[in-house]
Design a protein around this ligand. Sequence first.
Ligand SMILES: Cc1cc2nc3c(=O)[nH]c(=O)nc-3n(C[C@H](O)[C@H](O)[C@H](O)COP(=O)(O)OP(=O)(O)OC[C@H]3O[C@@H](n4cnc5c(N)ncnc54)[C@H](O)[C@@H]3O)c2cc1C
Length: 436
Amino acid sequence: MVPHQVAIIGAGYAGLACAVELARHGVQVTVFERSHTLGGRARVVAKDGHRLDNGQHILLGAYSELTRLLRTTGVSPKTLERLPLLLHVPGELHLQAAHLPAPFHLAVGLLRARGLAWADRLAMLRLMRGLKKRAWRVEAAQSVAELLRQTRQTPRLIRLIWEPLCVAALNTPAAEASAQIFANVLRDSLGAHTAASELLIPRIDLSELFPVPAARFLAVRRGKLRTGTAVEGIRRENGEFFLDGDPGRGGYRQVVIATAPHHAGALLASAGDCERLAAQIDALPSEPIVTVYLALGDGVHLPHPMIGLAGAPAQWAFDRGRLGGRAGLVACVISAHGAHEALSREELILAVHKQLEDELSRRLPAPQWSQAITEKRATFACRPGLVRPGCRTPVPGLWLAGDYLDSDYPATLESAVRSGTAAAERVLRFAARTGH
Ligand SMILES: Cc1cc2nc3c(=O)[nH]c(=O)nc-3n(C[C@H](O)[C@H](O)[C@H](O)COP(=O)(O)OP(=O)(O)OC[C@H]3O[C@@H](n4cnc5c(N)ncnc54)[C@H](O)[C@@H]3O)c2cc1C
């Protein structure tokens, strides 16, 4: 029997998850990637002699599909630093989950927290208990800001915990963010058992974490990976798919479009019969993320591997030296649109350096080198009531994968890989049903 030939467009986390799942089931896959680097929006960037991630990424212990795929592709669990849930804002707040089963890890953590008044602690418990009682369901049209108002959260909690958590998790400011998706994230972090609420931070670069092991996994299973190959369009002839830009010119029985939403629309439209779906995907709003790297020298450490910042422009800072990286390298994250977009690169780096000095209350050395990496369309804006498509398209055998597809989560590595395995399941079922 001729093995099923399946093409996957995009070697980000979604496309590679799909490819690994299909290869595991004996399907012959060819993955097309326009870049020479694997990983898409979670990749290593070589700049001025330094290898840096395009953005600092945090995972949650609850990311079960990604951790399963890491195991499948032989990745050591040691590549992820596991940190107990800790929110530390220098001089303002220290809240650490206790080493106890849920819900005591949070309750005891709250009791021991520094920088919160009783009114803050009670308000936090009110929100968490209220959400749990409603089975973590809120009105579809509600924003995070409205949820916080409705549950009488204090200004201090909003400023130090909810706003920064919301923008970190959903990459969307609380006033515009979906309360339902935020509730899902809270359910699987603060509201979940202790291991699920842990933060997992990659100790190696994002291309090495999963994309490179996934590529090795494919190579030994006759999978093909064509990097530096952009697919320009999809044609259908006699029940097979042909891809413009494919040097092999092969006919594929099924195709998975696993690109970011801003690239998926045009590819879909080129296949015909998908114009409405393409327009729906093109209309998804997006938000940027900037990561500012400051190399401050061996002697500089942050008080914790990850700290919150109360001011602006950055919301979080990571001590890469304590996370498998170079000593003294600090990564500062600025999520979503904001006033920082009016600054030049140099002004932004200076502003972040000054912010760190102010918030750590100490002078820092001038950076030995610095980088500001901007991802203009880092994720979709996770607004209330946003209609996210599923992985089916109107064309039989043509599927979608990607972090923007309908899921419980905002745009994350977990939603990307879940969409990839979901697309693989569809491909397998379709092949079984039609012989394709
Ligand atoms: C700066 C930043 C910080 C983030 N922080 C976090 C975080 O802390 N935690 C978290 O879980 N998530 C985070 N995310 C989100 C996460 O990175 C994304 O959700 C995830 O990487 C999306 O994966 P994907 O496979 O769906 O899409 P992509 O990664 O965009 O992959 C699509 C791939 O398709 C390729 N492609 C596009 N068009 C074509 C074509 N025509 N032909 C061939 N190839 C094509 C692209 O080059 C790309 O490699 C962050 C994202 C950014 C940008």
